[in-house]
Design a protein around this ligand. Sequence first.
Ligand SMILES: O=C(O)C(=O)C[C@]1(C(=O)O)C=C[C@@H](O)C=C1
Length: 366
Amino acid sequence: MTTETDLSKRLRELRARIDAVDGEIVRLLKERLDVALEIGRAKAEAGQDPLDPAREQEVIRNILSRNGGAFPAESLKAVFTEIISACRNAQRPERVGYLGPEGTFSHLAATRFFGHAPELLPVPEITEVFDGVARGRMDHGVVPIENSVEGSVAQTLDGLVEFDVKVCGEVFLPVSHALMNRSGRLEDIRRVLSHAQSLAQCRMWLRRNLPGIPVEAVGSTAQAAARAAEDPGAAAIAAPAAAERFGLRIVAEGIEDYAGNTTRFLVLGRNCPGPTGNDKTSLLLSLENRPGALYRTLKPLADRSINLTKIQSRPVKNEPWRYLFFVDLAGHLSDPDIRDGVAAVEEGCASLKWLGSYPAGEPLAA
Ligand SMILES: O=C(O)C(=O)C[C@]1(C(=O)O)C=C[C@@H](O)C=C1
């Protein structure tokens, strides 16, 4: 039988080994940081942005392929996201704007993409993220563009029309909603608060479980949680993490009506990364109001077998019944085929704005 003393001796020895490994990891991290700083200086001299999402994807891919499955892949990815985040931020401190306050899904998306090193700037409106990036108050921004259940986010589409920014990345975030209040009891709920999109994503659950209870749309899920923390009759629909942040108890989790509920976020910047071989290009088209205009405009893409991943119309605000079209396609503008296809589209439409080319994001596990 192992005695207590045997165990503590064995633990001491094993922990000494862990301490030695950790020391080596820290030494290597410092070495990595020195190299990153040198890269940062070279990029600064060339006037280049420190952020290179294409290279970051390559780094993560290399690491995962070397791992051989020994270390849990998601953890390895999370660790390296933070290592890269720290190296990038040391090259030049970054400011990243998002639709706040802290605890929103936009906040989660921003940390998924950028890690924890940058200074995150919560703002109350999506438009302010666009404005901050366009005017240089923020280096980057993260905005929701579409949800798999509720569709496109109008304010973001309008921002892409109005502001001179580039899309330089995308993040897919699985969205799971929780209902929370002060007591954790369903019977105490007199009204339910959340962002309009989140309320819509839980409509059927609310009808089944809280029939007749009024719902109220507020600016963000985190704002809803903050209000519920002050009012015992109010409940909020928000990310489960918001409960802890605002001192609330969870009444029910996973209350979204459809499994696989995912929101896609765009990363905004002033430049676009180079090609990775798995990229997307976003375009904004304005068409003549003529029969077959959309078909004829997009035909050059079909002729080249270019895959469209999204097409979305949005009214031109001061011209009733005229529409703008947002088109996402698979490929990078620097690919010759894409360049030729986009040039042919441009010839056939009233105007074309290239919103950006960026590495395709991958839908992540919750
Ligand atoms: O390789 C680069 O360009 C770097 O700046 C280094 C590094 C990294 O830490 O690996 C950091 C920031 C970039 O976004 C990409 C990668």
